[in-house]
Ligand binder design. Sequence first.
Ligand code: ISL
Length: 534
Amino acid sequence: MNRTWWKEAVVYQVYWRSFNDSNGDGMGDLRGVIEKLDYIASLGVDVIWLNPCYTSPDVDNGYDIADYYGIMEKAGTMEDVDDLIRASHARGLKVIFDLVVNHTSNQHHWFEESRRDQTNGKSDWYIWHDGEKGTPPNNWRSYFAPSPWTWDEGRQQYYFHSFASEQPDLNWEQPGVRQAIYAMMRWWIDRGIDGFRMDVINLIKKRATFDDVEDPFDLSYLGNQPGVHEFLQEMHQEVLAGKKLFTVGEIPFVGPEDGLLYVSEERQELQTLFHFEVADDMEDMDLPRFKQIQKRWYDALYPKGIASQFLNNHDHTRQVTRFGSEHYRVESAKLLGLMLHTLPGIPYVYQGEEIGMTGIRFSDASLYQDVAFRNRYEERIAAGEPSGTVLSSMQLRARDNSRTPMQWDDSQASGFTTGTPWMTVNPNYKTINVQAAEQDPQSVLAFYRELIQLRKEHPVMVYGVYRDLAIQDPYLYVYEREFEGVTWRIVLNVHDEQVETTFALPNEQLLLSNYEESASEILQPYEARLYQTS
Ligand code: ISL
């Protein structure tokens, strides 16, 4: 694998509305991000991924865009964007923007024109289907609604939406749509952004026919369809080729063999991807399965392509809560960090992960604001399920769980805002916050800084061959990375009890660990050790 800057990057995800509020209105904003750039730079990360801040009615927290060339008032202004890019670059940070082009808002002027009648210039820019009002064209579901079809009174037709009904899908078969998107991407690149995180980019190609499916709840019919690569290769040629950019595709419904088609360097599509074999498909930490997933992706991709490592983001509850242990919060936060940063792939740090924030679980359904939660909750209540059952079954995985405000200090609203926060702050902010972490040399924060620093000095972390040494072990995750004569061994006890192991080595080869005493053959709960063995 040839050495390239973007493969060596660590990405920090900024969910700006929950990051830092500069004007006291209770919602984070771009000025707030600018105020915290020194903090972000102090982590040692290379790239900021900023969630969407374009003009939007905000039905899906910015993933429903009404104007790709405008900025949402809540976030700030175009001047703020320019300042953010400039100030980031001044600190050596690159900035990638979310690119949401599978769908727009139903308030985008393209859709307003398209829905007007069946003959206007944009009539085919979205996916329209004849049908009888009240009987959707097929039995599919959408991510956020019982059907992906919504009846439009104006056109007397259905339109298609993979997500909420306020997010109609664009019709990528129309060259005009594609050219409009490419022009918009070029416009943003010219403005100074360094690349894109491409939202559900493998959904842009639809199935050839909208026939009924056997299992509507298996949404895989929504994505990864034949022909998607032609679109992505065209996009590459028209927009990305020859530019120094960072591109990561959000690619649900793919395994490693298909994944390679998106990121293989020689195919010239995307640089890297997020797959969802863990985040969507694995309930909690199933270590044997997790190891298999790592191995399969490594075997299929390397050295032709590279994927990402993440266990949480704005859609998936905090990794400590779901894959670690709140009881062993500090230990498991460090273990998961050490694991993600030493496995093959580009590591993503979701704001607050670096201080070991936990996922909230609201005890009152009305506190959940997320459209995915609300729609599903209401569908199940309407179907007659008791509200308590519905809430408890949706509580752990709800998307809002990881969207609570960043915990900066122990003052009112965790130092996030001087106003009333748009979303309840996790009450544990009194103890879990950046200020406290800065004062504690053993904090998760200090550990993350060390981890991120290591990547800058040790190419083995990026390019090393990966070998699992104990793939059958249900609790221990032991693997090696090897590059140019350097070998690292990582020994993780992914478990809340002690384990004895012969994989532990003498102390002098230890580069990093999450317990102060880590010389023995006994691994403590969630103990994580990183050795250099040659
Ligand atoms: O949220 C999920 C599961 O809880 C994911 O399956 C998610 O819906 C999917 O990965 C797509 O997510 C992306 O596109 C959505 C947007 O709501 C998400 O925030 C975004 O990350 C539609 O644009």
